[in-house]
Design a protein around this ligand. Structure first.
Ligand code: SF4
Length: 391
């Protein structure tokens, strides 16, 4: 039976969108992200669609056709076959919504038929059934990972989607996984809201049904704060931040529970990671493609076998080579390569991620330093340590 295609937005409708949303490609830390479908009915209060003034668009619509979308991805100047991690529909819709899913599978098929072996990340909180798993297992070349979002937040004004939907999807994905891998994406964690012993216990149980678990905090930007205030929702933080907020207290609670697995009679856990790419790489038996191994304190929870993998591939790149590439991308000022990261000036996130994924080595902006133990997170909730840089 021919599948029903989602309607395309008209040029007039596209011109009325936030220009960032109208651009179907965005380079994010975990990969080059393709977002040719926008609109979502799931209404998660903390959704990044608030940042694009798109939260009110509940019906998914296409910006371009499937072929054009794939072509724009593989011809993007920052796309490297077999290397650049790809993300599909992680910004403006849920890829497993019934109306979006056919387009997701079409794109995966198109990419796979090109023989591409790139990582592809799909993030969902919606239903995944055994037929979906069969389709996901059918791709021969792509390294596919399905990340299932679970927050455990009980306030239905913030988290309206029934927790059991994602839990069942994770169980199903894990049970049927052959060629793809599945990750429990435990987020956003907010102290006092979803980091109680009961919340942690629920996540622990779920972690046993995933190839890896990644825990992380909340993006709390001005637009999301305004939404919370406008809807009389309890504000999770007094201040907003450009990076995710994951306070030390919440991380410590999780670490304490996780460490208890080593104690006599301690409950078993799946394998936990702080960074998405670390969890994805581990699930596929590979070294981290974002070069987090240079940020040694991130690795203290990692299994020895995985540490050995990352250590085996992590190489500090030559300054001359990095400088040449960074200058070609527009870097100004000094280019530095230290034991943790490449440090550049004058490059925004896309070229920095291009360097990072190309060298398999962290690439940071001099104006936004990454501080010890807070790596890549907002300083909110880390006053005690205050980001002392050990270098
Ligand atoms: S060893 Fe470090 S860089 Fe590698 S996966 Fe583990 S935490 Fe990530």
């Amino acid at each position: 039976m021919p599948r029903r295609l989602l309607p395309l937005l008209t040029p007039e409708q596209v011109s009325g969108l936030n220009p960032e949303l109208a651009d179907v490609i965005e380079y994010r830390k975990s990969g080059l992200s393709l977002n040719d479908i926008i609109g979502c009915p799931l209404e998660c209060g903390y959704c990044v669609r608030h940042l694009f003034s798109n939260f009110e668009m509940k019906t998914p619509r296409r910006l371009v056709g499937d072929e054009a979308a794939v072509e724009s991805l593989v011809s993007h100047p920052y796309f490297r076959p077999h290397t650049t991690p790809i993300q599909l529909y992680n910004r403006a819709t849920d890829p497993m919504l019934p109306v979006v899913k056919p387009h997701l599978f079409t794109k995966l098929r198109m990419l796979d038929e090109r023989g591409l072996t790139n990582h592809v990340l799909i993030i969902t909180r919606w239903r995944v059934d055994a037929d979906d798993c069969a389709a996901l297992n059918s791709f021969k070349n792509l390294r596919l990972t399905v990340l299932v979002t679970h927050s455990g937040i009980e306030d239905t004004r913030i988290e309206p989607v029934d927790f059991n939907i994602a839990a069942e999807s994770l169980h199903t994905l894990y049970e049927y996984a052959e060629r793809y891998r599945t990750i429990l994406y435990w987020r956003p964690i907010v102290p006092g809201l979803n980091d109680s012993p009961e919340h942690i216990e629920r996540a622990r149980e779920l972690s046993l049904h995933a190839h890896a678990t990644v825990f992380t905090g909340l993006f709390f930007r001005d637009e999301i704060k305004e939404y919370y205030e406008g809807h009389d929702l309890p504000s999770p933080y007094d201040e907003t931040a450009r990076r995710k907020i994951m306070p030390e207290l919440a991380e410590q609670r999780i670490m304490d529970a996780y460490e208890s697995r080593h104690m006599p009679g301690g409950a078993s856990w799946g394998t936990l990671f702080r960074k998405t790419s670390c969890g994805v790489a581990y699930a596929h038996g590979e070294a981290d493609y974002n070069g987090h191994y240079g940020i040694k304190e991130l690795c203290d929870i990692c299994p020895p076998k995985q540490i050995a993998r990352c250590k085996g591939t992590w190489r500090k790149p030559e300054l001359a080579e990095v400088t040449r590439e960074a200058r070609a991308l527009g870097a100004v000022g000094d280019v530095e390569v230290n034991d943790r990261a490449i440090v550049v000036e004058g490059l925004d996130e896309p070229p920095r991620y291009f360097l990072q994924h190309g060298f398999g080595f962290q690439c940071h902006a001099r104006e936004h330093p990454h501080l010890y133990r807070q790596h890549g997170r907002a300083p909110v909730g880390w006053e005690a340590e205050n980001g002392t840089d050990p270098t």
